[in-house]
Write a protein that binds this ligand. Structure first.
Ligand SMILES: [Zn+2]
Length: 330
């Protein structure tokens, strides 16, 4: 892990945490939540580093030079235990949580805190959450558990109620833009719109060339609307972009809805939006958005992406033709 500077939109959270560290009143379990791209994991790692740093005990910032900090950077600190799913998108399993609990029950190697970090904690399966519960109820002294979750509501209430909650919110637009510009990320406005205001997500989207995809997807929708392009071919074309396509469609629809309601599109490409919006009515668009939100829920699970995208594009063809997007293939 890196010992990077705190992110500017974490300042308030840091101030509170620092006060708690100084008063030695840090909770034994902290649930850090917020949208993807707000730096939840980074905050958790920085807090772990601050707790384990040997130079500035009880201070906010890790020094970056002491033995503990050097080991942390190498991912080798013996008092930090990180649990993540073994494969991306999979669950955190009960044996992983049991392993963590065993390690946290040992004595600290360096005489300070022992820190357990679970990310994403909302991917713990029921047995894993159950196993953790006992440790949350009777935490060993000197143990701090950091749970990172984009969707804390998926956690059992018994877990949530035993953690202090720290919810990160998207920064004010001005601060987010300034930060992105400092990272030399162009198109900040558009990217932040797609990223629901989450700056780190905006950087990821930029890296994934999302703006090019945005334009290409508008062209696909136009092709479908005009009957130049079929649903199966469109789905095949977008299958590679996979998980990103449905969120992009949702962002486009939100823009179209704003357009229809007399506002401006937030992402540019106004000419294309006007052409697309010409055939739509707001009620149909809302139905389509519902369909897309349902499809997005299916993205959580392994799926047939071709079929899912066919449903998405068939829905668009229906709504652009003044019909209801049933979500079923026509
Ligand atoms: Zn240090």
């Amino acid at each position: 892990m890196e010992l990077a500077e705190p992110l500017p939109w974490h300042a308030e959270a840091w101030t509170r945490l620092q006060a708690q560290i100084r008063r030695q009143a840090l909770p034994h379990a902290l649930l850090i939540s917020g949208l993807p791209g707000l730096g939840k994991r980074r905050l958790a790692e920085q807090l772990a580093a601050a707790l384990l740093c040997e130079a500035g005990r009880n201070e906010l910032q890790a020094c970056g030079r002491c033995r503990a900090c050097r080991l942390l950077v190498q991912g080798a600190h013996p008092d930090l235990f990180v649990v993540t799913p073994e494969e991306e998108g999979r669950q955190v399993r009960v044996d992983q949580v049991r392993g963590l609990i065993d390690q946290l029950s040992l004595k600290s190697q360096y005489g300070g805190y022992r820190v357990g970090l679970i990310d994403p904690a909302d991917r713990m399966n029921a047995a894993a959450a159950n196993a953790l519960l006992k440790t949350l109820e009777e935490p060993p002294p000197g143990v701090v558990l950091l749970l990172v979750a984009a969707r804390p509501s998926l956690l059992p209430a018994t877990i949530r109620s035993r953690c202090q909650q720290l919810t990160l919110s998207p920064p004010p637009a001005e601060q987010a833009r300034a930060w992105l510009q400092a990272q030399a990320t162009p198109g900040a406005e558009q990217l932040l719109g797609l990223a629901a205001g989450a700056p780190l997500r905006a950087v990821e989207l930029h890296a994934a060339k999302v703006q090019d995809r945005w334009r290409a997807l508008l062209a696909t929708l136009q092709g479908l609307q005009a009957g130049r392009l079929g649903v199966v071919a469109a789905a095949a074309e977008w299958r590679e972009a996979g998980r990103e396509t449905v969120p992009l469609l949702i962002a486009i629809c939100a823009d179209l809805a704003r357009w229809l309601a007399g506002g401006e599109g937030r992402y540019g490409e106004g000419e294309r939006l006007r052409e697309l919006a010409a055939a739509l009515d707001l009620a149909g668009l809302h139905d389509y958005l519902e369909l897309l939100l349902e499809l997005r829920r299916h993205l959580e699970h392994p799926l047939n992406e071709q079929l899912l995208l066919e449903r998405a594009f068939a829905g668009w063809q229906a709504v652009a033709g003044g019909r209801r997007p049933s979500g079923r293939q026509q």
